[in-house]
Structure formats: structure tokens, C-alpha cells
Design a protein around this ligand. Structure first.
Ligand SMILES: *[C@@H]1O[C@H](CO)[C@@H](O)[C@H](O)[C@H]1NC(C)=O
Ligand SMILES: *[C@@H]1O[C@H](CO)[C@@H](O)[C@H](O)[C@H]1NC(C)=O
Ligand SMILES: *[C@@H]1O[C@H](CO)[C@@H](O)[C@H](O)[C@H]1NC(C)=O
Ligand SMILES: *[C@@H]1O[C@H](CO)[C@@H](O)[C@H](O)[C@H]1NC(C)=O
Ligand SMILES: *[C@@H]1O[C@H](CO)[C@@H](O)[C@H](O)[C@H]1NC(C)=O
Ligand SMILES: *[C@@H]1O[C@H](CO)[C@@H](O)[C@H](O)[C@H]1NC(C)=O
Ligand SMILES: *[C@@H]1O[C@H](CO)[C@@H](O)[C@H](O)[C@H]1NC(C)=O
Ligand SMILES: *[C@@H]1O[C@H](CO)[C@@H](O)[C@H](O)[C@H]1NC(C)=O
Ligand SMILES: *[C@@H]1O[C@H](CO)[C@@H](O)[C@H](O)[C@H]1NC(C)=O
Ligand SMILES: *[C@@H]1O[C@H](CO)[C@@H](O)[C@H](O)[C@H]1NC(C)=O
Ligand SMILES: *[C@@H]1O[C@H](CO)[C@@H](O)[C@H](O)[C@H]1NC(C)=O
Ligand SMILES: *[C@@H]1O[C@H](CO)[C@@H](O)[C@H](O)[C@H]1NC(C)=O
Length: 315
């Protein structure tokens, strides 16, 4: 009677893990392949490991290792994400040693498709090989979330405005457990709209102030336009005094919050207004009769529409 060598599963597990493959061990081999001369697991040597292929040499007489197809020193193309039973089929017995799952390939083309103050939409391309679903994970380093999706796009909701989120997407194999290498992307959500925009107007300056919106903001970008000339300035304060304006001029000011990447910009809060007209200067009474006064003044700089008299005129 041939000696029976106990064929231990942990060695197999090590062997396959080193090949970036996941092995789910079943029972030990010696319960069914009794009587078969199996000298030792060291007779099985891993030769090469690549992303989608690997080779094994089997040095056991009258036995063949099967991973889908017979494997012995020949390179076998394994489909990423697929599950393979591993059999040791000998002349007089056979045994399933384990099942082997090739890691799914990495998803490609991960892309942010829509950014709002509370959500990020993303899409990606199905990787080569098999996958049962995708695992989408995100974190802002404080709050984390995870989502399993079967489509190649999703929307992550309930996020905070102006915050940077790291997002990982990985394919999950047919065993619904083994994950591929994740594809990563980070993106800021849109900052919220600044609130309580108030203005204080003089002839040549406009003082704008506002309240910081909920969420995060790196700075504010303020734009002013009189219809032809645009000006832009950035401030980390929640106010700005814009000077050098034309008295009586029509201006539109917009204030937007900017996120930490200096690129993701919130929706505008805008105000349109006229600066105050300049004061009439050098007003003199040049003629005075019983029925009329003749007023002489210098035209103020800037724009104006009417001359309004004030005070009591008695004739
Ligand atoms: C295999 O051998 C073990 C111990 O040598 C024994 O307990 C078991 O019953 C045997 N199994 C079969 C199917 O012969
Ligand atoms: C496996 O390949 C090795 C090296 O080519 C050879 O020595 C061995 O006999 C083969 N084993 C089987 C079961 O064919
Ligand atoms: C196969 O195993 C036998 C017995 O242990 C050994 O003599 C021989 O060198 C081994 N062959 C290979 C290719 O490892
Ligand atoms: C392999 O099988 C052949 C034919 O069945 C047999 O003669 C031989 O003894 C077997 N070898 C071992 C090591 O069991
Ligand atoms: C190996 O053995 C299993 C049963 O243990 C059997 O289902 C399978 O078909 C065998 N493979 C080959 C190629 O004979
Ligand atoms: C990412 O999405 C944007 C918007 O849908 C699109 O314009 C761009 O081409 C996409 N890039 C890639 C690499 O898919
Ligand atoms: C949104 O997130 C907050 C905490 O960040 C959590 O308390 C709340 O339940 C979430 N709401 C939904 C609809 O997921
Ligand atoms: C806006 O201003 C009003 C009055 O000053 C205040 O009650 C309110 O809380 C402010 N809103 C925000 C969002 O700060
Ligand atoms: C803004 O600047 C103008 C011109 O320097 C000045 O007259 C005005 O008082 C300033 N407004 C505020 C609120 O500081
Ligand atoms: C203000 O910030 C925006 C967004 O980063 C940038 O596009 C713009 O050039 C900046 N303007 C100035 C004057 O620095
Ligand atoms: C007011 O009149 C004086 C004398 O004519 C002149 O020098 C001055 O420039 C005038 N001021 C303005 C604002 O026009
Ligand atoms: C009004 O003032 C200007 C500049 O001071 C002067 O040239 C002009 O003659 C004055 N007109 C009359 C009617 O006095």
C-alpha cells in the first residue's frame, strides 16, 4: 500500500495568493484521494505570474492539475473576474482542492460627469473579463460611504458642498467577493451659493458683504460689470469694497464661492444696481429776477438722468 501524504490546504492558499489569485479552500485532499501517492506540495512549483496568466508545474505521477484546463508548465489564460474550480485528477481518484478566482481587471475611463453641491455623478468603462457588480467607495476623510452598482455609472448623493471626495471604483468578480484594483478619482462638490448678499452704495464705490454658505469655501470670486468692462477679484473675506466706479453707472456684481481646487465654483448670487450720481458742483445763481432764477453748475462726472430741484422756491 502506498503511503498517503497529507496535502495541506494552507500551502495551496499561499501559492495562489502569491499569484494575485484568490483561493477559497475546500476540504483537505487526503479524504478522497486515499491511496494515491502524492509526495509533497513542494513538487508543485509556481513558475510565472502575470496579470492574466500564470503557470504551475506539477510533479506528481499519474495526476494532473486542472484549473479549468490541465495546467502543467503551460501558461493558461485566466479570465479576470472568473471563478475556476481547481481539481487534482489522478488515475484512481480526483479531488477539488479549491476554487480559484482571478482578480477582476481595473475599471478604466473613470470620469466625473456631473457636480452639484450635494452630489457627484460618475461613469466608467467595464473592464475586460468578468464582473458581477462594481463597488463604489468614497470618503472626505471624515465621512465615508460605499455603494454596490451593476451599471457602469452612478450618482453619489447626500454630500457636503465644497468638500473634496476621494472616490474608488473597483470591479467585483463572479464570486461577488474578490475585488480588482480600484480606479481612483477625487473631486470637490460645488460650493453652495453665498447668502445674504447686501450692498452699500456711494457714487464711486459699492461695498458688498455676504454670509459664508454651508460647507467649505476656499475663497470668493467677485465679478463686476457695467455691460462692457468686466472686473474680477478674489477675496477670502466675506466682504469687498469696490471703488473707482462711475457715479450713476449701472453695475452688476456677482459673488461665487470657490472650492479648494480653485476650479470648482458655486452658483452666482448677483445684484444689479446704479451707483449714486455725483453731486452737482459749482452751483451758482447767475441771474435772479422776480419770476426766474438762472442756475449754473458744472456737469458732474458720470451718468445722470434728471436734475431734481429741492428746497422751497418762492417767486
Ligand atoms: C482516507 O484515509 C483516512 C485516514 O488514512 C481515513 O480516515 C478515511 O476513511 C479514508 N477515506 C476513504 C474514502 O477511504
Ligand atoms: C509536468 O511538467 C514537468 C516539467 O515539464 C514534468 O517533469 C512532469 O512530469 C509533468 N507532470 C505531469 C503530471 O505531466
Ligand atoms: C519530481 O519529484 C521527484 C521526486 O521527489 C524528483 O526526484 C524530481 O527531481 C522532481 N522533478 C522536478 C522537475 O521537480
Ligand atoms: C501510474 O499509473 C501507471 C498505470 O496505471 C502505473 O503502472 C504506475 O505504477 C502509476 N504510478 C504511480 C506512482 O502510482
Ligand atoms: C477531474 O475530476 C472532477 C471530479 O472530481 C471531474 O468533474 C472533472 O471532469 C475531472 N477533470 C477531468 C479533465 O477529467
Ligand atoms: C468625461 O466626461 C465629460 C463630460 O461628460 C466628457 O466631456 C469627457 O470626454 C469624458 N472624458 C472621458 C475620458 O471619458
Ligand atoms: C446624509 O448624511 C448624514 C450624515 O452625513 C446622515 O445623517 C443622513 O442620514 C444621510 N441622509 C441620507 C438620506 O442618506
Ligand atoms: C441672513 O441675515 C438674516 C438677518 O441678518 C439672518 O437672520 C439670517 O440668519 C441670515 N442667514 C444666513 C444664512 O446667515
Ligand atoms: C469704500 O471705499 C470708499 C473709497 O475709498 C470709501 O469712501 C468708503 O467709505 C468705503 N466703504 C466702506 C464700507 O469701507
Ligand atoms: C480668481 O479665481 C478664479 C478661480 O480660481 C480665477 O479663475 C481667476 O483668475 C482669479 N482672479 C484673479 C484676479 O486672481
Ligand atoms: C468749480 O469752479 C472752479 C472755478 O471756475 C474750477 O476751477 C473748478 O474746477 C470747478 N470744479 C469742478 C468740479 O468742476
Ligand atoms: C456758467 O459757468 C461757466 C463756468 O464757470 C461760465 O463759463 C459761464 O459763462 C457761466 N454761465 C453764465 C450764464 O453765467
Amino acid at each position: 500500500m502506498n503511503p498517503v501524504t497529507h496535502f495541506s490546504v494552507p500551502l495551496w492558499t499561499l501559492l495562489f495568493f502569491s499569484a494575485l489569485l484568490k483561493v477559497v479552500p475546500t476540504q483537505t485532499i487526503d479524504t478522497e484521494c486515499n491511496g494515491t501517492e502524492i509526495l509533497s506540495t513542494s513538487q508543485m512549483t509556481q513558475i510565472t505570474t502575470m496579470t492574466t496568466t500564470f503557470s504551475l508545474f506539477l510533479n506528481i505521477s499519474n495526476c494532473t492539475l486542472y484549473i479549468g484546463n490541465p495546467v502543467n508548465g503551460t501558461t493558461t489564460d485566466l479570465i479576470p473576474g472568473a471563478v475556476y474550480p481547481v481539481y487534482l485528477n489522478c488515475t484512481n481518484c480526483s479531488k477539488q482542492l479549491s476554487s480559484l478566482t482571478k482578480n477582476p481587471a481595473t475599471v478604466t475611463g473613470l470620469n466625473i460627469t456631473e457636480i452639484t453641491t450635494s452630489s457627484l455623478s460618475l461613469s466608467w468603462t467595464k473592464p475586460v473579463g468578468n464582473s458581477s457588480f462594481y463597488k463604489v467607495q468614497w470618503t472626505d476623510d471624515i465621512v465615508s460611504g460605499s455603494l454596490n452598482v451593476s451599471a457602469t455609472s452612478t450618482t453619489i448623493t447626500n454630500l457636503t458642498a465644497g468638500v473634496r471626495y476621494y472616490i474608488n471604483v473597483s470591479a467585483v468578480a463572479d464570486d461577488k467577493v474578490t475585488e480588482g484594483q480600484p480606479s481612483s478619482v477625487f473631486q470637490y462638490t460645488k460650493p453652495a451659493v453665498v447668502v445674504n448678499l447686501t450692498v452699500s452704495i456711494t457714487a464711486s464705490s459699492v461695498f458688498l458683504s455676504w454670509t459664508q454658505p454651508v460647507g467649505n469655501t476656499l475663497f470668493y470670486t467677485v465679478q463686476s460689470t457695467d455691460g462692457s468692462l468686466n472686473m474680477n477679484l478674489n477675496t477670502t473675506q466675506t466682504y469687498v469694497n469696490i471703488t473707482g466706479l462711475t457715479p450713476g453707472g449701472q453695475y452688476t456684481f456677482t459673488v461665487r464661492a470657490v472650492a479648494g481646487d480653485q476650479e470648482t465654483i458655486g452658483e452666482a448670487n448677483a445684484v444689479s444696481l446704479y451707483t449714486k450720481p455725483a453731486v452737482v458742483v459749482n452751483l451758482t445763481v447767475t441771474e435772479f429776477t422776480t419770476s426766474s432764477v438762472f442756475l449754473n453748475w458744472t456737469q458732474p462726472v458720470g451718468n445722470f438722468f434728471s436734475i431734481k430741484s429741492s428746497g422751497l422756491m418762492q417767486v
